[in-house]
Design a protein around this ligand. Structure first.
Ligand code: SGN
Ligand code: CA
Length: 535
């Protein structure tokens, strides 16, 4: 090639480069090409009742509330299956449990299937998973993972960093936050957009607060919810559970009555002793200074019946809410980091829980049921570029919607096998067209807490549930008239047409998502195998 030809080629390339960079700059200005960062914050068993933005008046969560103030709050956010691992699997895959194969906490999760983190990673994202995931096996789809083995421990927690186990000194909620911030600040490739899953263990059982919050709300006495002494009339599955605050909460394990005299010999005392032993001498001293006087007082009172139930409820509420305060602090640190580093405008922040939780409603703790407190989950989301501050969403949204939402914001194709819907247009106010019913399944039975297998459908106003396996019982609720689900209307003649419509809705949902009795009955394993889902 001669000199002139060389020169012309360089000129042409130069012009092309100039045109391209002008176009790019223009696109970035209007936010077309710059993929947003995503921080997906999740805590474990965090009841919406215990987030002040939801207005229940139990506690103060100023940092979580900031997400709602600067963005949106979802008043009807739900899960597909109210238990940890299945909910997380549904979030990662955007698919119901009977499709992704993770139907309960017991069966292994198949990481080989598609998940939104893998899709983002393939499309230019730097991805990380920090904290609780509860899905066995090495996480796939992440440049960095540092996760808890199983449920994790509140004090001196173990983590598995990119497959290697190590123990960290300190309190789990802060350790998790520090790992997340360290990844954001020093570990990630800053040339790329990022997606961080920052997942806390708290406020999961057995609700061990950090030293700083041991006395928080100490002077407050909580009144139990109106249906605390529920009689479970016409609801045999509700009557059969083992998650009663009064009957099933262990005085030592759950309520911290580890007396030095060893007189309170409860079933799970040994289990709690092992958790206590993970503390340093300093931590133990702070712990004992708070709990020992309560233990002495409790032993002297010899409470029985209703008095004991209400005492237990208060003990539970205090510790549960205290663990949330540390979660809220962590959220504040992460939001501050975004602000201080100029990342606020282009970062989507979501706060949610893997499911809701009972704070005394029906007399319970734990979750699992399709009743509102555990079926519902908190969802708060901010993205200054597209979501107006103070947005309130009343439509029925579900945890299977997160995967398509993130992919949509990242301009990544949403595979048609994904069952959730992107929330992007809904939350920006661009559309009000939305689904009018959601579907639910729960399988973990026989198991801890004895909540029977069930599935059901919920519309804006009604809910139909079928409990099966060693029971065959239908329940129907009118949530407008009976928001706390105390009256099963299934046999009520005045609801005959509602019942019929809800059965039609249920069949529609099952057809839409591909569920059937084949999966619900004894042949669950065979069914999953036939669908080629490894487990
Ligand atoms: C543990 C808890 C249960 C809880 C499950 C599932 N018991 O087994 O109370 O329902 O986890 O929780 S404990 O004695 O180990 O604390 S989940 O959130 O992981 O699904
Ligand atoms: Ca959970």
């Amino acid at each position: 090639m001669n000199l002139r030809a060389n020169f012309s080629l360089c000129l042409l390339l130069g012009i092309l480069l100039l045109v391209y960079s002008c176009k790019q700059a223009k696109k970035e200005e209007v936010g077309e090409t710059k993929q947003p960062n995503i921080i997906f914050i999740m805590s474990d068993d965090h009841a919406y009742q215990a987030i002040s933005a939801y207005g229940h008046g139990l506690n103060n969560t100023p940092n979580i509330d900031r997400i709602a103030k600067e963005g949106a709050i979802f008043n009807k956010g739900f899960v597909n299956n109210s238990i940890c691992a299945p909910s997380r699997a549904a979030m990662l895959t955007g698919k119901h449990s009977f499709v992704n194969g993770k139907v309960d906490n017991i069966r292994p999760f198949n990481w080989d299937q598609d998940n939104f983190a893998k899709a983002l990673q393939k499309n230019g994202y730097e991805t990380a998973l920090v904290g609780k995931i509860h899905l066995d096996g090495l996480p796939q789809g992440f440049n960095y993972s540092n996760v808890l083995p199983g449920q994790g421990q509140y004090y001196s927690p173990d983590f598995i960093e990119n497959g290697v186990k190590k123990t960290y000194p300190g309190y789990i909620t802060h350790v998790t936050t520090d790992i997340a911030l360290d990844w954001l600040d020093t570990k990630r490739n800053k040339e790329k957009p990022f997606m961080l899953m920052y997942h806390q263990k708290a406020p999961h059982r057995t609700w061990m607060p950090e030293e700083k919050y041991l006395t928080l709300m100490d002077s407050i006495t909580f009144d139990p919810p109106a249906n605390f002494f529920d009689d479970y009339k016409d609801r045999p599955a509700a009557a059969a559970q083992e998650m009663s605050i009064y009957k099933d909460m262990d005085l030592v394990y759950d309520l911290k009555m580890l007396d030095k005299e060893g007189e309170l010999k409860t079933k799970y005392r040994g289990m709690f002793q092992r958790k206590y032993d993970r503390m340093t001498e300093e931590q133990k001293a702070a712990w004992d200074a708070y709990y020992d006087p309560i233990i002495t007082d409790f032993k002297s009172k010899n409470l029985k019946g209703k008095d004991l139930a209400i005492w237990k409820y208060n003990r539970y509420m205090h510790d549960y809410l205290r663990t949330i305060q540390s979660v809220d602090d962590g959220v504040g640190q992460v939001l501050d980091y975004l602000k201080e580093n100029g990342l606020e405008e282009n970062t989507i922040v979501v706060y949610t829980s893997d499911q809701g939780f009972y704070l005394g409603e029906h007399g319970w703790f734990d979750k699992r049921f399709m009743y509102e407190e555990s079926f519902r989950t908190p969802i708060l989301m901010k993205y200054p570029k597209e979501i107006k501050p103070g947005t309130v969403i009343e439509e029925l949204v579900q945890n299977i919607d997160f995967a398509p939402t993130f992919l949509d914001y990242a301009n990544v194709e949403i595979d048609e096998s994904i069952q959730g819907e992107s929330l992007r247009k809904l939350v920006s106010g661009e559309t009000s067209e939305w689904r009018n019913a959601i579907y639910y399944t729960f399988y973990e039975y026989p198991a801890e807490h004895k909540v029977k297998r069930h599935y059901g459908v919920r519309t804006d106003r009604y809910k139909l549930i079928h409990f099966y396996h060693d029971i065959d019982k239908w329940e129907l609720y009118d949530l407008e008239k009976d928001p706390t689900e105390m009256h099963n209307l299934y046999e009520d003649a005045s609801y005959a047409s509602v019942k019929e419509n809800m059965h039609v809705q249920l069949e529609k949902m099952r057809a839409k998502y591909g569920d059937s009795d084949a999966l619900n009955q004894e042949n669950l394993d065979r069914f999953l195998k036939a669908k080629n889902i490894k487990h």
